[in-house]
Design a protein around this ligand. Structure first.
Ligand SMILES: O=P(O)(O)OC[C@@]1(O)O[C@H](CO)[C@@H](O)[C@@H]1O
Length: 370
């Protein structure tokens, strides 16, 4: 294991993490308030959260106050900008849930503050028909098209869209190890898919799952989603169900997915770990066992990538193989690059890329460790 570089903080002027805390978080709160007519006390709490001079802990009565006290040791009382970026973002979403009363007894309990935005991002009939039509292609072509769709679907991240300029969109796959991914998927064993965003990302994920099951490339699929609203558009169990309802009555894919859930060849999981400020190095036993037993775990998205290699200032040429060696079982990352952390690039590969390549979402990676 190489020596760990320091974690990414948000206090570097002009940096991406600084812009997330300074610009993206207020924009997220604004959209929440536009989407849901929360009462004055909620609006005030959200306003206070944005103005908070130093990080305050969760109220003592919160169900997870003890865990957050442990995870946040040394963070409280400091500036949001001076603590690790990954932790600060995670805690922001947890505090946002607290401010809107997501866990509190009362009328707002369980109401997804990002629900209206997610609804607007649900796929329409054309997208559903396009993905359905892929079934007519030969298997090999379907496989390629589905990985591409699941990969680029990751740009449908609503937090990212709130502030992305898209000026120098190029859309380029800078590492493509998808061949290795398919090589690992021939045995008909279990596959874990750790989902990222609902809506236009989850749709191709579901169609990919259907393909894996239908063609016997997976005997069983575990779909892992978030247990609570997180990073705006991240998928929850309710979002999976909403998505399934979008498939027209006559859709063979929709019907098969439903039957797979009913019969158990597709199972839904929402472990609390996925909303914790931790990396996969700290996987709880119950998840580590599942990932170890799977033929492959597919991690979707930018945040899962940061959690896989560690949210640190890694040189881009650091070995993906080495940094993910600790992960229990084979792992594939399907990610559009939307933050600073990148590893596994060939020497000099970044020289020809535009200055914004790490955060524009125009570049993507398919990286695999078997
Ligand atoms: O995980 P996802 O949905 O692909 O991306 C999440 C994201 O938009 O949020 C973070 C910044 O807030 C970045 O890691 C990334 O750009």
């Amino acid at each position: 294991m190489p020596v760990e570089p320091p974690p990414i903080l948000s206090n570097v002027p002009g940096s991406f993490p600084q812009s997330v805390l300074r610009d993206r978080h207020p924009a997220i709160v604004r959209h929440v308030l536009e989407g849901i007519p929360y009462p004055p006390e909620v609006r005030l709490r959200l306003e206070r959260l944005l103005q908070e001079p130093v990080i305050a802990p969760l109220p003592a009565g919160a169900h997870d106050a003890a865990e957050w006290a442990r995870w946040g040791e040394g963070m409280y009382g400091r500036s949001w900008y001076d603590v690790p970026f990954l932790w600060a973002e995670n805690f922001f979403y947890r505090r946002l849930l607290d401010a809107v009363g997501y866990y509190a007894p009362g009328p707002w309990r369980g109401i997804d503050p990002f629900g209206p935005q997610k609804d607007a991002g649900l796929p329409g009939p054309e997208e559903l028909a396009e993905l359905d039509a892929l079934q007519a292609l030969p298997d090999e072509q379907q496989a390629g098209a589905l990985v591409t769709a699941a990969l680029w679907g990751n740009r449908a991240d609503l937090g990212f869209r709130l502030v992305a300029q898209g000026a120098d969109r190029v859309d380029e796959l800078i590492v493509d190890e998808s061949k290795r991914l398919w090589e690992l998927l021939r045995g008909g064993g279990a596959v874990c898919l750790v989902a990222d965003n609902a809506g236009r990302e989850l749709l191709p994920d579901l169609v990919l799952i259907d393909f894996l099951l239908r063609t016997g490339r997976a005997g069983r699929v575990e779909l892992h989603v978030k247990p609570a609203p997180y990073f705006v558009s991240d998928a929850l169990p309710a979002d999976v169900l909403a998505e399934l309802r979008r498939f027209p009555a006559g859709s063979a894919v929709g019907r098969r997915l439903r039957v797979a859930l009913e019969e158990g060849s597709l199972s839904l999981h929402a472990d609390p770990f996925f909303c914790a400020p931790l990396t996969f190095h700290d996987l709880p036993e119950q998840l580590a066992v599942r990932f170890a037993a799977a033929e492959l775990t597919i991690l979707k998205g930018d945040l899962n990538y940061r959690r896989l290699v560690g949210d640190r200032h890694w040189p881009a040429t650091s070995s993906f193989e080495e940094l993910t060696g600790y992960f229990p079982g084979a792992v594939a990352a399907l990610r559009t690059v939307k933050s600073d952390v990148v590893v596994g690039l060939a020497e000099g590969a970044e020289w020809s890329l535009p200055a914004s390549w790490r955060t524009s979402g125009a570049f993507a990676l398919v990286q695999v460790r078997g």
